[in-house]
Design a protein. Structure first.
Length: 311
């Protein structure tokens, strides 16, 4: 099977001169902030210390890698973004950047992040970072997203790598705790993203992307959101029960149970709800999506607070 590069989104004429803000927008700053934060929490929660300069370098590499992968995603999907209301104002669909500039910018960020991580921190952390970039830019963006409604389930692993990379940067090895943190984000991703997909599904349908609400329908998507939220509750508390120096304390454990219980309650409202018509504002779905972002920030923050409390 051969893959073809999508045609560039139509622009009125020649692309305008690239602005640094357009290049920055290619990195998806809002998404990158969560990636950086979970990576930092993985680094800080590790049962060891790392020199502040090296720690900063590791987080910088995670940010560069995530930003480069996001830029590759926008380069590849420029024509799709132009067809969706939610993404039509991005730099490439608007013609503020040419595709070659976007591709080269993304490539430099990705390559620099991996080599800097390898030379400054460890080649194991660099290898995992490289895998995460390929996972998002190739496995998810090019292969899964246009082919299967399970795209966000399988592709969710791409966003789950940062705490694992942060942990490995600090300790030099993979252990049970960062694998659990990876799993938490992996199981959090489908309800988080499907809540969004429920109220923007017409965008995906218009450009032919087989997101779950488009292919399986809203009823099935809602039930699956609820199923993942049920699984997430005990999984989020698992660090509380890990043995040895990777064990998280009661501050994290109680926080995880409370935060995940609220997540489950909001998911129940979505999962058991039937839409009343085309004018339905889908308020529960929007509430779940907004809370899901806060949830991940708060959960990982609790892990770090627990790690540094004297008791």
């Amino acid at each position: 099977m051969t893959m073809t590069i999508p045609n560039p989104a139509p622009a009125s004429s020649a692309p305008l001169p690239a602005d640094w803000r357009d290049l920055f927008a290619l990195t998806k700053p809002r998404v990158m902030s969560l990636v950086i934060f979970t990576g930092l929490c993985g680094l800080l929660a590790a049962p060891t210390t790392i020199h502040p300069v090296l720690g900063f370098t590791a987080i910088l590499c995670i940010a560069m890698g995530a930003g480069g992968a996001a830029a590759l995603n926008q380069w590849w999907e420029a024509d799709l973004d132009a067809g969706m209301k939610r993404t039509a104002q991005r730099p490439l669909p608007q013609g503020r950047l040419d595709r070659t500039t976007a591709r080269d910018f993304a490539g430099v960020l990705c390559a620099a992040s991996v080599f800097l991580m390898g030379f400054a921190i460890s080649w194991l952390a660099a290898a995992i970072l490289a895998v995460s970039i390929v996972y998002y830019a190739v496995v998810y963006t090019i292969w899964l997203k246009p082919r299967t409604p399970q795209n966000i389930v399988i592709g969710g692993g791409a966003g789950a790598f940062p705490p694992l990379i942060g942990w490995v940067a600090a300790t030099g090895h993979v252990s049970l705790m960062p694998v659990v943190l990876f799993a938490i984000i992996f199981f959090w991703t489908p309800p988080h993203f499907w809540a969004l997909a429920l109220f923007v599904k017409t965008d995906y349908a218009k450009v032919g992307i087989p997101m779950m609400p488009v292919v399986a329908g809203e009823r099935s998507t809602r039930r699956q959101i609820l199923a993942y939220a049920v699984l997430l509750l005990p999984l989020s508390a698992l660090p509380w029960w890990l043995p040895g120096d990777e064990h998280a304390g009661a501050v994290y454990g109680v926080s995880a149970l409370v935060l995940s219980s609220v997540f489950l309650a909001l998911s129940v409202r979505v999962g058991l709800r039937e839409r009343t018509g085309p004018d339905d504002a889908m308020k529960p779905e929007k509430q779940l999506f907004a809370y899901s972002v806060l949830y991940l920030f708060a959960l990982f923050a609790a892990l770090v607070v627990d790690r540094f409390l004297p008791f």
